[in-house]
Design a protein around this ligand. Structure first.
Ligand SMILES: Nc1ncnc2c1ncn2[C@@H]1O[C@H](COP(=O)(O)OP(=O)(O)OP(=O)(O)O)[C@@H](O)[C@H]1O
Ligand SMILES: [Mg+2]
Length: 509
């Protein structure tokens, strides 16, 4: 085999008591898509941050094309041709797409950005990758999927020899994933190297040539694509036999109860002045999961905000309950505060809950108890009780957020892509939680002791997802959201192809 483009040898890195990387090795060759797999908290992001020079390892070495990379320098890594698309957004919302792309490049380093050059190059990238970009648009108004595309373009713009993508597909729709994989294949066909992190094994195995599996900071498997399958990889990640993910309980069915939310001909004007949501009628009842499939940016954000009472519709009426939990698409808005610790992040949702107050003051002892119950109940791997959200791995942040919102025992739960970033076991666990929750299983409603409400009054659940299989598996009633219109999916179209047809068929309407 040719010499590796990247070789990481026995890399270690601690964060206080946590051994994030113990003995991690990886060799990735020119011309391959190399998948990096592992459970939430296994050390994938940490290893890639070492490669990009963002983190100084405690031990081990990093070689790029046989040359040793000086530890902990982002400049040296960039000069060696390493580029990365991060797990969390790095864009500055107040700047335009082109300005964000140019930041930190030669064009962007002068007093004035050489934006005409950036626009020209973006137009070329648009042609080569087949991805439309609105270079002049401010990032603040973009959907999460569009932001992700900008992050990817920003990395491609730098034309890296080695491109690292940390869970790039979690917010992309099926066509966008195909688009991305096409781009990745053409990059490696040109002799470049792609390092790809993800949790959906079937998806990853479609594009990968080789895989490396990390378990608790150690490399436990390195193999060619042909030599592995999804169950074998899952076993390597967890370190033991696994029960097939999810599917433990039949999700669909059950008696829907009283109505908890009603939208009547609701319209919402988006930030760009166009109608983001159009004439939506929807009723949600206790004990049912309403699944809404569709590609990000078709009104999901606005509809979720209206349902959760955080946004007033521009037209029509919205009748929603007072206790609503929202798992928002944009985790930076209404999700977790990175600099807050576990109890403080818990307080964001429980600060006006009677059981968590003493008169006008927050009862921090109660808040910490609830935080602990969430952490235990959802198996959030935390480095300590004073840990900030920032110090949690991506999937563990997600578990904390989802756990907190479920613990509030809401009348209505509005969840946008709640499985995003979760590893196989955590996703299966959450799936079962959602099913238990809609059935009114008290063990879920009582997580966090946030009760007060009778445990057997299950919430209504609205599940937005870009993953059509997830919607089909969980939802009692299925819709697609296309250009702001909510289209019911008839029984005979309850399959990915049928939903895809409905989404396409309405695209021109
Ligand atoms: N800045 C930090 N401070 C303290 N601990 C950290 C920090 N960054 C990472 N860790 C810890 O290191 C471990 C590995 O985290 P990492 O983000 O690399 O996991 P991951 O494999 O990317 O997981 P995920 O699939 O959830 O994204 C975790 O236990 C995490 O809490
Ligand atoms: Mg990660």
């Amino acid at each position: 085999m040719a010499r590796p483009a990247v070789e990481m040898r026995s890399v270690s890195r601690r964060f206080g008591p946590i051994e994030a990387l113990a003995d991690a090795s990886l060799s990735a060759y020119p011309g391959e898509v190399h998948a990096l797999l592992g459970e939430n908290g296994a050390g994938k992001t940490t290893l890639m941050r070492v490669l990009c020079g963002m983190l100084r390892p405690d031990g081990g070495e990093v070689l790029v094309e046989d040359r040793r990379l000086p530890p902990g320098g982002t400049r040296a890594a960039a000069a060696a041709g390493i580029g990365m698309v991060h797990q969390h957004f790095t864009l500055l919302p107040s700047l335009t797409v082109a300005e964000n792309v140019a930041l930190g490049t030669r064009e962007g380093s002068g007093l004035r950005l050489a934006l005409d050059r950036v626009h020209a190059r973006l137009a070329e990238l648009e042609r080569v990758t087949g991805l439309p970009v609105d270079a002049g648009a401010p990032v603040a108004g973009l959907s999460v999927g569009a932001k992700q595309r900008v992050e990817i373009l920003k990395a491609l713009y730098r034309d890296p020899r080695v491109l690292v993508l940390d869970e790039p597909t979690t917010v992309l729709g099926p066509q966008e994933v195909d688009w991305l994989f096409g781009v990745l294949r053409s990059l490696v066909a040109g002799g470049r190297t792609v390092l790809l992190i993800g949790h959906k094994l079937d998806e990853i195995l479609r594009v990968a040539d080789r895989v490396t599996v990390l378990r608790r900071g150690r490399t436990v498997l390195e193999a060619a694509r042909q030599a592995v399958d999804a169950p074998g990889l899952a076993r390597a990640m967890i370190g033991r036999e696994t029960t097939p993910a999810g599917r433990s309980a039949q999700a669909v069915g059950g008696a829907a109860g009283e109505r908890v939310a009603r939208l009547e001909v609701v319209g919402v004007r988006g930030e760009d002045g166009r109608m983001a949501v159009r004439e939506v009628n929807l009723e949600v009842r206790r004990g049912e999961i309403v699944g809404i499939g569709g590609v990000e940016g078709n009104g999901q954000r606005e509809l979720a905000l209206v349902l959760s009472g955080r946004l007033r519709p521009s037209s029509g009426t919205a009748d929603c309950p007072t206790t609503v939990s929202l798992i928002p698409q944009d985790r930076s808005a209404g999700g977790l505060v990175p600099g807050f610790d576990l109890a403080e992040n818990t307080a964001l949702a429980f600060h006006d809950d009677d059981a968590h107050r003493r008169g006008p003051l927050i009862d921090w002892a109660a808040m910490r108890r609830t935080a602990q119950e969430i952490v235990t109940g959802f198996d959030v791997r935390v480095p300590g009780w004073r840990a900030t959200a920032r110090s949690l791995s991506g999937g563990n942040r997600q578990k904390l957020l989802v756990g907190r919102e479920l613990a509030r025992a809401p009348d209505l739960l509005v969840a946008e892509n709640p499985m995003r970033g979760l590893d196989i076991a955590a996703a299966a666990f959450l799936r079962d939680k959602l099913v238990e929750l809609k059935r009114g299983n008290p063990s879920v409603a009582e997580v966090g002791g946030a009760g007060g409400r009778p445990a057997h009054a299950p919430p209504g659940i609205v599940l937005f997802s870009t993953d059509l299989d997830e919607v089909l598996d969980l939802a009692d009633r299925v819709f697609v959201l296309v250009r702001g219109r909510l289209i019911p999916v008839p029984e005979e179209e309850r399959n990915p192809a049928g939903m895809g047809r409905l989404m396409l068929g309405s695209a021109g309407a």
